[in-house]
Design a protein around this ligand. Sequence first.
Ligand SMILES: Nc1ncnc2c1ncn2[C@@H]1O[C@H](COP(=O)(O)OP(=O)(O)OP(=O)(O)O)[C@@H](O)[C@H]1O
Ligand SMILES: [Mg+2]
Length: 424
Amino acid sequence: MDDEKLKTTELVLTAEIYNNTGELQVDDLPSDIRKHYWDNKEGTVKRPINIKAKDLTELYNIKNPVEIAKSLPFLVYEEFGTQLKLTVFDLGVKWFAKQEQGSEHIKHNPVLAHFYEKSQSLDVSYEEASKKNEPKEVSRQWIDSLILKISGEKDSEDVLKLAHIMVPDEIEQTLDRLVLNQDQKDEVEKMVKAIQFREYLTKIGLIEIGKLLFVGPPGTGKTSTAKAMSGKLKVPFVEVKLSMITDQYLGETAKNIDRVFELAKGLSPCILFIDEFDFIAKTRSSDEHAALKRAVNTLLKAIDNISLVKHGVLLICATNHPQLLDSAAWRRFDDIVDFPLPDEEMRQKILEFVMSEIDGTFNIAEIASMTDGYSGSDLRMVIREAVLNALMVDRFALAQEDLVRAVGEFNKRNAFNYMPKDET
Ligand SMILES: Nc1ncnc2c1ncn2[C@@H]1O[C@H](COP(=O)(O)OP(=O)(O)OP(=O)(O)O)[C@@H](O)[C@H]1O
Ligand SMILES: [Mg+2]
């Protein structure tokens, strides 16, 4: 009951203060309240926020909101309609600050912190509360509003086919579950800092930063690392698959590439990830379609014109075939990050992560030593096979021989799949 009173009052005060304080932004609303009152079409929370009984039920699972309101002397339900109103604002303000958990709530609510810090000289900080509060860019709703906006525009569907957007809330991959070497870790850390201290970099004029090329064989963690960086930075992840270009009506492609870059700028700060970057090399052969060439030129120009410092877009391209790229492509990146096949030590660490929740008696070091040439993704596949084989006989615990057999099967299948071809 006390908790429900507290939450009800917090919501009413937050709405009242937000409604009447022009300088507060939608990002200042606590993320749960912001999500609840989000107006998809407007792409924001419209003022005024009105509070209905059902809001309290939906937001906080309060079963009897009317009873709660009646028990608080500064709240009333308007007779007609179900709207909850503050009668004596000052009383509500004082009551809330006096509650045992009151100041804790204020410290996490930028709207309240802003008010109490200024008008009540309470020992809370708007700045601190803002840091703790999730920004709107983290949630799906924000992205959906943006998508709605572009889908109102002509031919916008093609843009959304070319680019897939994920918000940090949807990214499960985390950096601490990826096994990276020191170079890779350093590069990730540098970019995290570059995004964090963007204003400083702008000030000192250091703008040649934030265009990376991830190079390495399939399954070595390029996509995962880029995604995990989004998760860590809490910024959206815009993924472009260049092979989609050929699926589209080519005349429109150049325009759509520009739109994807505009979209990324609109989502800023964000990570723009362009996979299969070697695709651009295909168009170098002279008999290629002229429209495709135009699309690639547009892409290269867009890459030249985008900047982490200026637009807040970290560009990461990835390729399995660096040998296909010419110097014009290479020089557009200010850092190349190598994703080699994992060495024995890294393989052991990857296996330890993958198997951390699996029961049984096995020797991971031995499996690491017999899987030379395996990628991180190959290792996952081997473990998956071993687990599934054991499940076929309703067994949950794995033994060493399960793993060894799975490695053997993997080798056999690979020898079959990758019979020497006429590749040079
Ligand atoms: N270094 C690593 N540490 C932990 N897991 C890894 C590592 N490398 C790859 N994996 C796992 O392998 C899977 C595939 O990785 P990912 O998709 O990131 O590879 P990729 O380099 O983007 O491959 P591709 O070139 O085929 O796109 C993921 O599930 C990932 O977790
Ligand atoms: Mg990938």
